[in-house]
Design a protein around this ligand. Structure first.
Ligand code: G6P
Length: 622
């Protein structure tokens, strides 16, 4: 989703801005732009639809000099992807330039008022309202005053007054034609980080553009406004005055991931899964007590065993991981689990039992709906936990406690290693809660031992890549797929279908294998492959019967089965074998060939795997 960068210092700003925007590409975008100031000329904006390469070419043809600037990648919300709607936007007649992440909910009423005041709008965006609003406040500054001499306080005040009128969310980077050494950043609900360099400051909406520039950062919090020049950084609360900002060290894991010889980030991250799973488990397996342990839950075992209902929430792939978690926790711990879409939970006001405990599952820690659901449940007085990958992200900070995945940066828009790491953490939680309740020592030990073997088994599942590639090429032109599984493997079927949709734009439905009879079976014909996930578990025979139902209707069957399964060979058209593990861990192994299948079908169809159309890595709007 949208990304912001900003720079003020001694170098040519566009060097950092363009490089920073490239680092933010993975978030998904449809247009990009930069603005710089080189006095005496005013603010120069260069922007267009399409990729950063295009913006770079525009800048090569018509350079945008200056040692202060802002940049933006836009993922369209208000108004289609056009050059005019791309950011940065001018305020007034070029007195201000603004790059904005988030959504201004009351933009229409503000726009009507600004038009009545004489402002002329060039775009259909909600952002342009912010730019004009700031300009209208600046116009009220005393033209004779030496703003710099009073620590830019009147400028701060003008921005504060404009921000107070906004409803919605924003991360903002702002330039001022008449104060060409000042860069302002402001945040409400959309992350912003300031990087502190030697005689320079940076702004970015996530850490990745800062990697390699500086490792000293200041996280701007909601309602804070940061004003920076090359040498100075001041932060004020929008309503309460100066804030003492904390300089922290950028986590070494934070970004800057390189392709390392892989064709795409998605492929690289598929292959990183054994290591990511190992990292998720590191220091958390307790063989002596036959259980798992977590350092950051901030609740005692006594408090955790009081939790009589767990609510798992998230979006997209993280929601699928939650569904895997429900099967795992209910099977091992017998604690009831509800899995809620965060976008629904935030408004549904469900009647929760007094001793409920919320886990928000999120790779980025910034998904707007997940954050809102967490805040709502926290506000009601329930303890909240985060299962999160990005260290220091908003959700990680706001939850009462949590568990980091330690999967390393995930750049591919289609989540892979975050999913298997999330499922691994949830499996560990299932063992933990199990051991608090009914799970005996022997069963606990077996479960922990199975976990220990998981990275190796996922590693062996990676060996299916070449075989899956051939299957992908065989079916690449199909326009519909069904993904079917039961019990633990049902959520994995949903996830497999989502992967295919996301990156190859092929319609795919995930379904519980037996439920398929109640509708989706009508889709089955010789051009509609069904991908079955079949484990050697309690429902093996039942799933085999479902396979027969598809074959009886002429549908091709691709089966992901456990090694050594002979029975399937006489029925399925294509068979992919993966190592067998405990039932509660099987989806973590079996999902691997489905990730490959989506990847290779997308390649065969000529799709841009790491930058799928319309999607964003981190969805920071509602
Ligand atoms: C977007 C991404 C998905 C991701 C979802 C939730 O839709 O494209 O890959 O699963 O957001 O993101 P989160 O960061 O909260 O896990």
């Amino acid at each position: 989703m949208c990304g912001i960068v900003g720079y003020v210092g001694g170098r040519e700003a566009t060097e950092f801005l363009v490089q920073g925007l490239r680092r933010l590409e993975y978030r998904g975008y449809d247009s990009a732009g930069v603005a710089t100031i080189a006095p005496p000329r005013g603010i120069q904006v260069t922007k267009s639809t399409g990729r950063i390469e295009h913006l770079d070419r525009l800048l090569a043809a018509t350079p945008s000099p200056g040692s202060i600037g802002i940049g933006h990648t836009r993922w369209a919300t208000h108004g289609p992807a056009t050059d005019e709607n791309a950011h940065p936007h001018y305020g007034g007649e070029g007195a201000v330039a603004v790059a904005h992440n988030g959504v201004i909910e009351n933009y229409q009423s503000l726009k009507d008022r600004l038009i009545a005041e004489g402002y002329r709008f060039r775009s259909q965006t909600d952002t342009e309202v912010v730019a004009h609003l700031i300009d209208s406040q600046l116009k009220r500054l005393d033209p004779a005053a030496d703003i710099a001499a009073v620590d830019y306080q009147p400028l701060f005040r003008a921005v504060q007054l404009a921000l107070r009128q906004l409803q919605g969310t924003y991360g903002l980077a702002i330039l001022f034609r008449d104060y060409p050494t000042v860069l302002v950043a402001a945040r409400l609900g959309s992350p912003l980080i300031v990087g502190v360099g030697q005689g320079e400051h940076y702004v970015a909406s996530d850490a990745s553009p800062l990697v390699g520039q500086t490792d000293r950062i200041v996280r701007i919090m909601d309602n804070e406004v940061a004003l920076m020049t090359a040498d100075k950084l001041r932060v004020v609360h929008r309503d309460q005055g100066p804030v003492r900002h904390l300089v922290s060290v950028l986590d070494a894991d934070s970004g800057g991931a390189e392709l390392g010889g892989f064709a795409h980030y998605m492929l690289k991250e598929i292959f990183e899964q054994p290591e990511a799973i190992r990292n998720a488990m590191r220091g958390r397996l307790d063989m002596d007590a036959a259980t798992t342990r977590f350092g950051g839950l901030n609740l005692s075992p006594q408090q955790l065993r009081q939790a009589k209902r767990l609510i798992l929430t998230g979006c997209g792939t993280s929601w699928h991981a939650g569904l895997v978690g429900k099967y795992q926790i209910e099977a091992l711990a017998r604690v009831p689990v509800e899995v809620e879409y965060a976008s629904e939970l935030r408004y549904s006001n469900p009647p929760l039992a007094g001793n409920s405990l919320l886990f928000a599952i999120t790779q980025s820690g910034e998904t707007a709906d997940t954050l809102a659901a967490l805040r709502e449940i926290k506000r009601k007085g329930y303890p909240t936990m985060a299962i999160c990958n990005v260290v220091g992200s908003t959700i990680a900070q706001e939850a009462d406690g949590g568990i980091y995945l330690h999967a390393g940066p995930e750049i591919g828009v289609a989540s892979t290693k975050a999913f298997t790491s999330q499922c691994t953490v949830l499996a560990m939680l299932a063992i933990y809660f199990g051991r608090l309740h009914h799970l005996g020592y022997d069963a606990g030990l077996r479960a922990v031992e199975e976990l220990q073997e998981l990275p190796g088994k996922v590693g062996r599942a990676l060996e299916t890549g070449e075989a899956v590639k051939r299957i992908a090429e065989k079916y690449a032109q199909a326009n519909n797929f069904l993904y079917l599984g039961r019990q633990f493997n049902f959520p994995a079927a949903l996830e497999g279908a989502l992967k295919l949709k996301e990156i190859s734009y092929v319609h795919a439905e995930g379904y519980p294998a037996a439920e398929m009879k109640h509708g989706p079976i009508a889709l089955v014909d010789e051009n509609t492959p069904s991908v079955f996930l079949i484990a050697r578990d309690s429902v093996y025979d039942k799933v085999m019967a479902n396979v027969q139902e598809i074959k009886a209707r002429g549908g091709p069957v691709i089966a992901v089965v456990c090694e050594g399964d002979r029975r399937i060979r006489s029925v399925a058209d294509d068979v992919i074998e993966v190592p067998a593990t405990a039932d509660f861990l099987q989806p973590i192994v079996s999902i691997v060939p489905l990730q490959f299948l989506a990847y290779y079908i997308a390649l065969a169809r000529g799709c841009d795997v790491d930058k799928p159309r319309n999607l964003a890595k981190s969805v920071t709007v509602e």
